[in-house]
Write a protein that binds this ligand. Structure first.
Ligand SMILES: Cc1ncc(COP(=O)(O)O)c(C=O)c1O
Length: 427
């Protein structure tokens, strides 16, 4: 695929040619998207995988309907968290047998943060500060604050600006810091943080790091093992296309599992859960990151999305993602310049994830009008329109058509209608 340097000079025919040459284009057939829809919200909820309904039917009819309780063994239900974890691990560079799929990102963050603080309490008890991004996804901040409050005894959460993280923590890494929790790609702006150098800076300061990969797993190359990260969590329903509310994942460095003290020590993390012992003993391997019984229907469907991601070449995914976002940014600058739009996603490739976010004072109404036109992105406060550029099913022509639709909506004030100002519970 040869991408001209100045994509603002593209026309629709060029975009069509780029789509025809795209080495990833066959993946689009693995998803079921409604007709006449451009889907740019895979950074929030990935689209339906083609086999999802059939797989759900199979689990309901055969595995549950006929197999009944036997399916925990005969259909491999008991092993699903580790099996799915291996697929995720391929995408995040975690190494074999290091990842399980279970629970939600928020719950997995609580588990990993609690375990990391316990390790630090043993090695460096004076370290009681948890650092995270002020602009982090709010649930991460809430979970960490809840944990610090529960621990009491001087534990506290400190919030830092994204600039401080990008600069390698010039002021943050004092001798009080035990743990740094960072979301790899900012959910609102799409800013990407460098995992290798950031992890090194945190370790040099004597702290541990947990990466939240919700907006990067399946979107770009990740090398958790190679960068020496300590732990990671993330969801499977965005770029990994696992389905609405599909279970999240938890990765722990191969150097740490034996020290991982599970704070939610349910029976699925026990070394012999079916001995029904009244005393708790944690499993030796990754099973100790589990808590209780898993949602098998959701896990079974999620497997299809994880399998697609595990087959995709993440280098090609990243290359196309950057080409799509370059095109989007160039076209917005060239064709929407007379409107009060600001591009909040960094221009530098090294600082950009797989979405482009723009602001406009009427952002909510504009997104509503765009969705009415069959182009689905989403809106985040304050005034941010987010466009997820997911290379497995989004093409260059989709980007062209989106910017043209935006132009029509802005030039003709199509957003300025009462129906575009009505907000639902989820934006
Ligand atoms: C970066 C980030 N962290 C955490 C979460 C929370 O995930 P969950 O609802 O699975 O707990 C989200 C959800 O979108 C997210 O984007």
């Amino acid at each position: 695929m040869t991408i001209p340097e100045h994509s603002a000079a593209h026309d629709r025919a060029t975009c069509e040619r780029l789509d025809a040459e795209d080495p990833l284009r066959h993946f689009r057939d693995e998803f079921l998207l409604p007709p006449d829809t451009i889907y740019l919200d895979g950074n929030s909820l990935g689209p339906r995988t083609k086999g999802a309904a059939e797989r759900a039917q199979e689990v309901i009819e055969d595995e549950w309907g006929t197999g009944l309780i036997r399916s925990w063994n005969t259909a491999g239900w008991f092993d699903l968290p580790a099996k799915l974890g291996d697929a995720v691990s391929k995408v995040i560079g975690g190494g074999a047998g290091s990842t399980v799929v279970t629970d939600t990102t928020s719950i997995n963050l609580f588990k990993t943060a609690s375990a990391a603080l316990k390790m630090q309490a043993a090695d460096a008890p004076e370290r009681r500060v948890i650092v995270t991004q002020r602009e982090n996804f709010p649930s991460d901040i809430y979970m960490l604050e809840g944990l610090a409050e529960q621990l009491g005894d001087g534990y506290e959460v400190r919030l830092v600006d994204d600039e401080e993280v990008t600069a390698g923590f010039p002021t943050t890494m004092t001798a009080e810091v035990a743990l740094v929790v960072l979301t790899h790609v900012n959910y609102r702006t799409g800013r990407l943080f460098d995992m290798a150098s950031t992890t090194s800076a945190i370790h040099a300061g004597g702290a541990m790091v947990i990466w939240d990969l919700c907006h990067s797993a399946g979107a770009l190359e990740i090398d958790l093992e190679g960068t020496g990260a300590d732990m990671a969590v993330g969801c499977t329903y965005k770029f990994l296309n696992g389905g609405p509310g599909s279970p999240a994942f938890i990765w722990v460095s191969a150097t740490l599992p034996d020290r991982f003290a599970q704070p939610l020590s349910g029976w699925w993390s026990h070394e012999k859960p079916f001995e029904m012992s009244p005393s708790y003993a944690p499993a030796a391997g990754i099973r100790r990151y589990l808590t209780g019984t898993q949602g098998i229907l959701s896990m079974s469907v999620a497997e299809l999305g994880l399998d697609i991601a595990a087959r995709a070449d993440m280098t090609a995914v990243r290359e196309k993602s950057l080409a799509l976002s370059d095109l989007f940014i160039d076209l917005v600058e060239a064709r929407l310049s007379e409107h009060p739009i600001e591009i909040v996603t960094p221009r530098e490739h090294t600082h950009r994830g797989s979405q482009v976010s723009i602001t406009h004072p009427e952002g909510f109404a504009i997104m509503s009008a765009l969705i009415e036109a069959g182009i689905i992105g989403d809106y985040r406060e304050p005034a941010v329109l987010r466009f997820g550029l997911t290379p497995l099913y989004v093409g260059f022509t989709d980007v062209w058509d989106t910017v043209e639709a935006l132009r029509d909506i802005l030039d003709n004030r199509l957003w300025d209608a009462p129906r575009h100002k009505v907000r639902g519970a989820v934006t």
